[in-house]
Design a protein around this ligand. Structure first.
Ligand SMILES: Nc1nc2c(ncn2[C@@H]2O[C@H](COP(=O)(O)OP(=O)(O)O)[C@@H](O)[C@H]2O)c(=O)[nH]1
Ligand SMILES: [Mg+2]
Length: 293
């Protein structure tokens, strides 16, 4: 049997969480078109006859270190590289940006094998650009492998999975066979609400919001969830609530629907929007809102 930890790293928005969900075959990590959708280190566990792969999803590694939240995200991403057996480095089509050099630097210092995954090939008009790019990439680092995939359409993921298994050390499963994540249900409740918010809002509001679960109570076939959506300013609160409460109502309905499916229970969901000035640039506020390594 093979077993080990595999970190999924890369710039924001390249498709790390989408890849995790498709490899595990379940939605573990929320996704959206916005950078910083993933704010926590989340494990997704896949157990097969050959072994167990523990994927570690991470926030994207990015250059800006200015705000406390950005520093937290970078720390969480970089610390996930410690103690893994393999790194999957994901890039968005054959585009090598300056920030990818930064990622490569971090990856090199981890000292474990790296598989370079070129994602979103479904959006590649000219597939002929792949081959020269793979050669160029191979010259920058001695990768254990280079694999083009489409995480969203499920292209070449079986090949990727076989290569990952082959690169893992021998070992007994780390988690019980039926476990698929390391996070508790109330964590997912907050994440699902945040995903629906990210997907409903434009402008700069997504970066300014976080969701805190105040109550998560199972009463027979009903789960009672009370959540607070924290924002930084009154204006953002007004945007989230929307005209006549329209936006918040839609977010609540979508979140409740998905949570009922996820928890296999009826869900009673209550959402409140509150203002905590400057929480995302305040180390203590971040800590109390669950941004703890
Ligand atoms: N067309 C296409 N879109 C993708 C693919 N993988 C991810 N995406 C999209 O890219 C966006 C960012 O994905 P996400 O997984 O949240 O990226 P992350 O920030 O790296 O975790 C989402 O809108 C995904 O639907 C892919 O293979 N093809
Ligand atoms: Mg993500």
């Amino acid at each position: 049997m093979k077993a080990g930890f595999v970190a999924l790293v890369g710039r924001p928005n390249v498709g790390k969480s989408t890849l995790l969900n498709h490899l595990v075959g379940q939605k573990i990590s929320i996704t959206s078109r916005r950078p910083q959708t993933t704010r926590h280190r989340i494990c997704g566990i896949k157990t097969t006859e050959e072994g167990q792969i523990v994927f570690v999803d991470t926030p994207g590694i990015h250059a800006s270190q200015k705000r406390a939240m950005n520093r937290y995200l970078n720390r969480a991403a970089v610390s996930a590289l410690l103690d893994v057996d393999l790194i999957i480095w994901i890039i968005d089509r054959p585009n090598w940006l300056r920030e990818d050099d930064l990622v490569l630097e971090r990856i090199k210092s981890a000292g474990v094998p790296v598989v370079l995954v070129i994602n979103k090939v479904d959006r590649l008009e000219d597939k002929a650009v792949l081959l020269p790019f793979l050669e160029e990439a191979a010259a920058r680092h001695s990768f254990a492998d280079l694999v083009p995939v489409s995480a969203l359409k499920g292209v070449n993921l079986d090949v990727l999975e076989r290569k990952i298994i082959a690169l893992l050390p021998e070992g007994e499963p780390i988690f019980p066979e039926d476990q698929i994540t390391d996070k508790p249900e109330r964590f997912f409740a907050a994440e699902v609400i945040r995903e629906k918010l990210l997907r409903s809002l434009s402008q700069e509001v997504p970066h300014a919001l976080t969701v805190e679960i105040e109550q998560f109570k199972i009463e027979g076939g009903l789960t009672r969830i009370n959540a607070v959506i924290w924002v930084e300013r009154e204006g953002q609160k007004a945007i989230i609530i929307g005209h006549g409460g329209e936006v918040l109502k839609k977010v609540g309905e979508r979140a409740r629907h998905e949570l009922e499916h996820l928890l296999d229970s009826k869900v009673y969901l209550e959402l409140w929007v509150k203002v905590k000035k400057g929480w995302s640039d305040d180390e203590r506020a971040l800590h109390s809102l669950g941004y703890v390594e």
